[in-house]
Design a protein around this ligand. Structure first.
Ligand code: CA
Length: 398
């Protein structure tokens, strides 16, 4: 998990977010501030914000207006008691991104070899409708797009992935994430230049994982799964692209269609997750990501989702939640982390809990090591965790 004090230039604590950039909003485009998380202030560390009645009503209204016409869905029964040490899933966050540039096939291969149970894919759609594995909606911080396509910048000063065809995107090289000043976003991470890392499509990564499952996985008696995020579906729709069906079609091409398949689909946008279940009829395991409203990730009201009523509503469509660290553990300098009660509340309505993001180089206040953080999360009863360091989390589980 990130540490706000150590990484003032990054969105603190955040395992996900479109840009991880400082606030530099264009005056005429205030909505971009919300869309891309271009903010300065840190989200609250409190996990217990009071529910908003209006938001609750909004959510109820959204449920009533569901395209499926189903206004009430029955929550699944409570989960069986969990044995954390055996069942905590190690989810490689953008690959082994603590060691190699995020969302490169090299980072995915390393995560596989390090013992991850699932490899994460964030998906942004190209100009010609190709699902591309990338976290940000913009290419500024992870590629050489400035040098290759200097005149393709938008008026707001950013290069958007969706403005490029896949043939164009594949000519770019990737590097370790940089901050606005061009310096590494996280000190101590992969620093070599000139390696020639490339973007890849979701289909390419799914084929890659299938190939590894047939070689290394077979030799080790394991099958690594996929954990795919539909990024910013409302923003894609504003750009004229319906992202979720493109992502689901890619997953289906590679055999991922059923609840029993080794696949999760994740999204911050609850309306979209509901649509994926009841509108697009996906049977895949679904994870509702939960952040803070201040991040501007979607129109979803996250404090409401954390209430018993909100969790019950999530449970009507999803199999689990992906909260960020402080929603699961209360951290304070010099103090042992204390569970917030979210895990029990989620389990009570049948939701698994997979918090983000465990980072050895950005530990929360009061946590002295990554193994200590893993053990605190195990004690809280989580079912899995996103991490940039799959090897260290795997080792801590032994
Ligand atoms: Ca993600």
């Amino acid at each position: 998990m990130d540490c706000p004090q150590q990484q003032a230039n990054l969105h603190p604590w955040r395992g996900d977010g479109p840009t991880l950039r400082h606030a530099r909003p264009a005056p005429l485009l205030p909505s971009l501030v919300a869309l891309f998380g271009l903010f300065v202030s840190a989200p609250t560390m409190s996990a217990s914000q009071p529910p908003s009645n209006s938001a609750s009503a909004q959510a109820a209204s959204a449920a009533a207006n569901s395209s499926s016409g189903r206004t009430v869905l029955t929550p699944k029964p409570a989960r069986a008691p969990i044995s954390p040490a055996k069942h905590l899933l190690v989810i490689a966050h953008r690959g082994a991104s603590g060691y190699l540039p995020e969302h490169t096939l090299e980072a995915k291969a390393l995560a596989y070899a390090q013992g991850a149970d699932y490899l994460e894919q964030d998906v942004v759609i190209s100009k010609d409708g190709v699902p591309v594995v990338a976290h940000d909606l913009i290419l500024d911080d992870t590629s050489n797009v400035r040098d290759v396509f200097p005149d393709r910048v938008r008026a707001d000063g950013h290069w958007y992935l969706i403005d490029f065809t896949w043939e164009e995107l594949r000519t770019l090289t990737l590097h370790e994430r940089t901050a606005e000043d061009g310096k590494p976003a996280r000190a101590g991470r992969f620093a070599a230049n000139g390696v020639g890392f490339r973007l890849h499509t979701l289909d390419e990564e799914l084929a890659f994982i299938r190939g590894l499952n047939a070689t290394l996985g077979k030799a080790q008696g394991r099958e690594v799964g996929v954990y795919t995020e539909v990024k910013s579906p409302a923003w894609h729709r504003q750009q004229g692209v319906d992202a979720a069906p493109i992502v689901l079609a890619s997953l289906a091409r590679h055999g991922y269609t059923k609840a029993t398949d080794h696949a999760y689909v994740q999204c911050f946008d609850f309306a979209e997750l509901r649509r994926i279940r009841v509108g697009l009829h996906s049977e895949l395991k679904l994870i509702q990501l939960i952040g803070e409203n201040s991040w501007g990730e979607s129109d979803t009201d996250y404090p409401y989702l954390l209430t018993p009523a909100g969790l019950r509503e999530v449970a009507t469509v999803a199999d689990g939640i992906g909260p960020w660290g402080p929603q699961v553990l209360r951290f304070a300098p010099g103090k042992v982390p204390v569970p917030t009660g979210l895990v029990e509340a989620a389990h009570a309505v049948g939701l698994a809990v997979h918090p983000f993001t465990l980072r050895a180089d950005e530990l929360p206040p009061g946590v002295t090591s990554l193994p200590a953080l893993v053990h605190a999360l195990q004690a809280a009863g989580v079912d899995g965790a996103f991490t940039d360091f799959p090897d260290q989390v795997r080792a801590a589980l032994k």
